[in-house]
Design a protein around this ligand. Structure first.
Ligand SMILES: C[S@@+](CC[C@H](N)C(=O)[O-])C[C@H]1O[C@@H](n2cnc3c(N)ncnc32)[C@H](O)[C@@H]1O
Length: 218
């Protein structure tokens, strides 16, 4: 039985703490230029969820030049950095959804993702905030419906509380996903990818070991 619900609500910050003024009109014009609209049958897509400052989207776009990366993030300060890097490096294969990934998932009518990345989703460690956590069994099943055959989900976290919660969600979805790196003692990100995001660095600086879960659609 599924123990946790899939929540469509979005929590956390939209703006950073800095008092620096942002030209929102210009921001929304640039977002519109790179806006994700819908999945084109002829293209292959990667869904990158909660991209913060966009490091993962840039990494994935460079690594998978034949695919389009859909970067989902509502944090404006982070999206501004991502958009600057897209323009500076003339990256052609990133589309942005400035908002909740659930909007994208709800708009998709067929299996279109080759890969899903979720790097350091907000752990919401307090019990009273547990319902805010993104990774639940229902959310994984929602992703399952949008993944192409045998496609994979990569989830990274440095929170021991979230690790337990994710393990429970994976267990509840065992008919939907195979947990590929289950038998490995170490789930270190660096064993798989040479990428350092803001939250990866934060974890390392605080001597927390990030874990990586790799799931394959059954
Ligand atoms: C802890 S940060 C991690 C950022 C980045 N992936 C990294 O590794 O540095 C989590 C991010 O997920 C975003 N986020 C949380 N829920 C989301 C949702 N439902 N849709 C899109 N982004 C979401 C938050 O705005 C936040 O920027």
């Amino acid at each position: 039985m599924l123990s946790n619900n899939y929540s469509n609500r979005l929590f956390g910050r939209t703006r950073g703490r800095s008092k620096k003024k942002i030209d929102l009109k210009k921001y929304h014009e640039t977002v519109a230029k790179y806006q994700f609209k819908n999945c084109d049958k002829k293209k292959n897509y990667i869904l990158d969820i909660g991209t913060g400052y966009g490091e993962t989207s840039i990494f994935l776009a460079n690594r998978f030049l034949d695919k389009v990366v859909i970067s989902c993030e509502k944090y404006i300060d982070g999206n501004i950095i991502l958009l600057k890097n897209i323009e500076k490096n003339k990256i052609k294969n990133i589309r942005l959804h400035n908002g909740n990934v659930c909007d994208v998932l709800d708009s998709i009518e067929r299996e279109c993702f080759d890969l899903v990345w979720i790097f350091f989703p907000d752990p919401w460690p307090k019990n009273r905030h547990a319902k805010r956590r993104l990774i639940t069994s229902n959310f994984l099943i929602k992703l399952h419906n949008t993944l192409k055959e045998s496609s994979e989900i990569y989830i990274a976290t440095d929170s021991t509380i979230y690790v337990r919660f994710i393990l429970n969600s994976i267990y509840n979805c065992k008919d939907y996903f195979a947990w590929l790196n289950q038998s490995e003692m170490n789930l270190h990100i660096k064993d798989y990818f040479d990428i350092e995001t803001k939250y990866y660095k934060k974890a390392i600086n605080s001597q927390r070991k990030p874990s990586l879960f790799i799931l394959r659609k059954l």
